[in-house]
Unconditional design. Structure first.
Length: 294
């Protein structure tokens, strides 16, 4: 945990993540939370589009991979739901504002509040301190991590972002994770394996071949990560965690009575980088990846 005026800390290169407390103000965080409530209030989701979000491989393939709704969400604002909150007909079993897992994947492009945050002067300044020459924003998500309910809510299994956002060479994707509320051990803060960003990746999620039953498939496999290698990274409201694309991280179930809202977006250094055409997420004519510095 370092002051903001120290340039690029060695700790980020060493650990693969960096905590910057109080990067955003409480007012900015509250503005994002208020805005997402407005988005939810206007949400109309056709039953056939009510896709549940899951990070377990088989459930990912069933819930996301079989749905065009997920695959074509890169340039839109779409809604993904917790496991077990919908009945067989796609009706909500609990209030809809408690049922959403995340909203993605182009809030940074289509919503004025999140666009302003993503391209804010302090984010741009941080990008320059990190040595990013031609960074582009590839996706954004609002993550709810709601408090426990009478249904089992999802935890996020250990993963590397580059599994889903693959580039050649590796090391060109960076996550910006903003805590809109205090993230604690009880409500599901992030956990990291320090230094795990130096060993590459062993698994990729790619677009499936035409004619297969799912839209995406996994190639390779993840190793089993020992629990004692992870360290918890609680962070206060307004804090920012920088996440290297290959660092292994996870979050546990929210066992508290409190939510753990976060806004996160991913940036790619475009200079000298090839974005894989096999990635589920692709730039479109309607939304080429926008420059971070505009």
């Amino acid at each position: 945990r370092v002051p903001l005026n120290t340039g690029v800390p060695f700790q980020f290169h060493e650990d693969g993540f960096l905590v910057l407390e109080h990067f955003f103000t409480a007012e900015e965080c509250d503005g994002m939370r208020d805005q997402i409530q407005s988005v939810i209030a206007e949400m109309e989701v056709p039953p056939h589009c009510r896709t549940e979000f899951s990070t377990k491989e088989k459930e990912q393939l069933q819930a996301q991979g079989s749905s065009d709704y997920f695959l074509t969400s890169g340039d839109k604002i779409r809604f993904f739901f917790e496991k077990g909150v919908l009945d067989e007909k796609g009706n909500f079993l609990i209030p809809k504002e408690k049922s959403i897992s995340k909203i993605g994947h182009a809030l940074h492009a289509h919503d004025p509040v999140f666009k302003q945050i993503t391209h804010s002067s302090k984010v741009q300044e941080l990008g320059r301190k990190l040595g990013l020459e031609s960074p582009v924003v590839v996706q954004s998500m609002y993550i709810f991590k709601v408090q426990r309910y009478p249904v089992p809510l999802v935890s996020v299994t250990p993963h590397q972002d580059a599994t889903f956002l693959y580039t050649e060479p590796l090391g060109r994707v960076l996550g910006f994770w903003i805590a809109l509320e205090d993230a604690t051990l009880e409500n599901g803060c992030l956990w990291f394996i320090p230094g795990s960003h130096t060993s590459g990746i062993t698994r990729r999620m790619v677009r499936a071949s035409p004619g297969t039953s799912t839209c995406v498939e996994f190639i390779g496999s993840d190793p089993t990560y020992e629990d004692n290698r992870f360290i918890p990274v609680p962070i206060s409201k307004g804090g920012l965690i920088l996440i290297h694309g290959e660092v292994v991280h996870k979050s546990k179930l929210n066992t508290s009575e409190l939510s753990r809202h976060a806004f996160t977006f991913h940036v790619m250094e475009a200079k000298g980088t090839s974005w894989s055409k096999e990635n589920w997420l692709q730039p479109t004519p309607e939304l080429p990846f926008p420059s971070l510095y505009t």
